[in-house]
Ligand binder design. Structure first.
Ligand SMILES: [Zn+2]
Length: 58
C-alpha cells in the first residue's frame, strides 16, 4: 500500500506524454543513466493480478 505521486513525463513504454505516470529506477546505458518513466496505463499493465494457482489458501 501507499500513495503514489503521479508526475507528467514521456512514457518509456508507449511514448505518450499526455498520461500521468511515475519515475521508476534508473536505467543504465553505456552512455550513462536515464530515468525510466512509465505512464499509469503502462504501470497497470505491468501490475497484472497474480495467477490464481499462486493464491495462498487461508
Ligand atoms: Zn505508457
Amino acid at each position: 500500500m501507499g500513495s503514489r505521486i503521479w508526475v507528467p513525463g514521456l512514457c518509456s513504454g508507449c511514448k505518450d506524454d499526455s498520461q500521468p505516470g511515475m519515475r521508476l529506477s534508473q536505467v543504465h546505458h553505456d552512455a550513462g543513466a536515464a530515468p525510466l518513466y512509465v505512464c499509469e496505463p503502462c504501470i497497470r499493465g505491468l501490475e497484472e493480478p497474480r495467477p490464481a494457482h499462486n493464491a495462498a489458501a487461508i
